[in-house]
Structures are given as structure tokens and as C-alpha cells.
Write a protein that binds this ligand. Structure first.
Ligand SMILES: [Fe+2]
Length: 274
């Protein structure tokens, strides 16, 4: 059963479209495109249902100021950015390879577009903050989980980012990320609505202890093994919708399940306010 924890700031339309899974499971074998999952990787189960009103009230952020380290913000990008992206005028992008070709053939366009998005997103930065890193990504459609490790050779499954190289205790001080759906179809942000310190406490409660040498990767595995029936929440993101999420402080992944087109995103790392 879903418990109080990480919150979402979004429109009522998004709240009522939230879904939860029956839990997580070991991701064995290969993804739909034949790339293996890492050993001991976990992914959500395939059974999803829409959230109840009670679950929405658990997930919905209240009136008080929300902490960026434990809140996810969903918002629409201005129409300008869709129109600008459509100026590329490539026709339907039919594969990841096709998109990479478009990107290399139109390097200047992508550079200018990134500059425009960066300028717009800089307004979300905390006072004195800067954008640490930006990148375009493309994934295949219809994938349960999208993140790959080891130069794209293996799927990570549900994971905790640790680009800032912080301990589990300090993960709440990490940069968060802003990510926009530049594709033509819906994608999802998947997450467990508990911060790393909560996940660690839950494990201690059940197992009696938590090895201090455990990394974020160990914590993800331990959590999914110990609380395999705890629901994963998924937030639908339509084209040109974006999220700001504390991806170093929550267990998460992207998903392109159900999509027939490549999953294209642009991501910015930094200290974004909500
Ligand atoms: Fe991630």
C-alpha cells in the first residue's frame, strides 16, 4: 500500500492520470529490443492501475513550500518550443538510428535549440545556481525502462542516479534534473515515492541493519527485494511536458512502454527550484 512520502506538483489532469504498479520484479533476460538487463536489475511489474482519490491525496503536494529534494514538478513547456522543434521538418522519426542521423545532419539546429531551452530553464534555477550539464537522449519506443549503463550495453532498470557522487545520507543535497519530452508520443517517469533515507530506514526496520558500505545500487536492489510489493508510481508525460525531479534522491527510471516512436528527451542537471 502506498505510503506518505515524495510529492508531486502537477495539474489535476496529471493527478488523475497517475498510475501505480503492483510492485517491482527482477528484470531477467533481455528488453524488447534485445539488450540485456544488468544482473540483479529490477523493473516495475506489468500490472498497472489508475490511482484512487486517497492515493492522489498522498501524492499531491500541499500548500506549504515543497523541498526540491523530495518533490517532483510536472509542467508544460511553452508552445514556442514545440513549433521551433517542428521547424526541423524531418517527417516521422522512425528509429533511434534515424534520429541520431537527423541530429548529426542538423548539428547547428540542435545547438541553437539547446541554447533556447537552457535559457528558458535557467529561470527555474535556485538563486545563484547554474546548469551543470545538458544532453539530448534517444531511446527505443515500447520499453518498460529506458536507462542504459555501460555505454548503452545494458539496461539499468529502476535505479538511483549518483552523478554528484554523494553518500546515501547526503543525496538530498544533490542536483536535481529537468527533462523534457521532445518525442511525438507519451512517455513516463517511474518512481518510488520514498527518499533514499526513508528507503534505508525501511530496510533497517525489516532487516535490523544496513551496511554502511552499501551504495545507491545496493540500496535499490535491497529495497526491491525487501519491499517487492511496494507500488511504483508512473507519471505520464505528453510531448513537450517536462519534469523536475530529485533523481539522485529517489528510485526511478523513464519508460516508453506503449509507444511506437523513438523516445526523445532533453535533460538539464542543476539545482532547480519548484
Ligand atoms: Fe536516472
Amino acid at each position: 500500500m502506498l505510503k506518505e512520502g515524495v510529492k508531486i506538483i502537477a495539474s489535476d489532469e496529471i493527478y488523475s492520470a497517475l498510475e501505480i504498479s503492483t510492485g517491482s520484479k527482477l528484470a531477467k533476460g533481455y528488453s524488447a529490443v534485445g539488450i540485456p538487463y544488468m544482473t540483479n536489475a529490477f523493473r516495475p511489474t506489468d500490472e498497472w492501475r489508475t490511482v484512487t482519490d486517497e492515493e492522489i491525496s498522498l501524492l499531491k503536494a500541499g500548500q506549504a513550500q515543497s523541498a526540491p529534494s523530495s518533490t517532483i514538478y510536472i509542467f508544460d513547456f511553452p508552445e514556442f518550443f514545440r513549433k521551433k522543434f517542428e521547424e526541423l521538418n524531418t517527417g516521422p522519426v522512425n528509429s533511434k538510428r534515424h534520429f541520431l542521423k537527423i541530429q548529426s545532419d542538423n548539428a547547428d539546429f540542435f545547438k541553437n535549440y539547446a541554447n533556447l531551452v537552457n535559457k528558458y530553464c535557467a529561470h527555474f534555477l535556485e538563486e545563484g545556481g547554474s546548469i551543470a550539464k545538458t544532453f539530448f537522449s534517444v531511446n527505443d519506443g515500447n520499453l518498460s525502462t529506458t536507462t542504459k549503463y555501460f555505454k548503452g550495453k545494458q539496461y539499468a532498470g529502476l535505479h538511483i542516479d549518483n552523478i554528484d557522487n554523494l553518500t546515501i545520507e547526503n543525496a538530498r543535497y544533490a542536483n536535481n534534473r529537468l527533462c523534457i519530452n521532445l518525442g511525438t508520443q507519451k512517455r513516463y517517469f517511474l518512481f518510488v515515492n520514498q527518499s533514499l533515507s526513508e528507503m534505508k530506514d525501511w530496510i533497517v526496520r525489516k532487516k535490523g541493519s544496513f551496511n554502511q558500505k552499501n551504495t545507491q545500487w545496493h540500496l535499490s536492489q535491497l529495497f526491491c527485494r525487501t519491499y517487492g510489493t511496494y507500488p511504483i508510481v508512473r507519471i505520464p508525460l505528453q510531448p513537450f511536458q517536462a519534469y523536475i525531479a530529485p533523481t539522485e534522491n529517489i528510485l526511478h527510471d523513464g519508460s516508453s512502454i506503449g509507444s511506437t516512436a523513438p523516445d526523445i528527451t532533453y535533460t538539464l542537471l542543476g539545482k532547480f527550484a519548484l
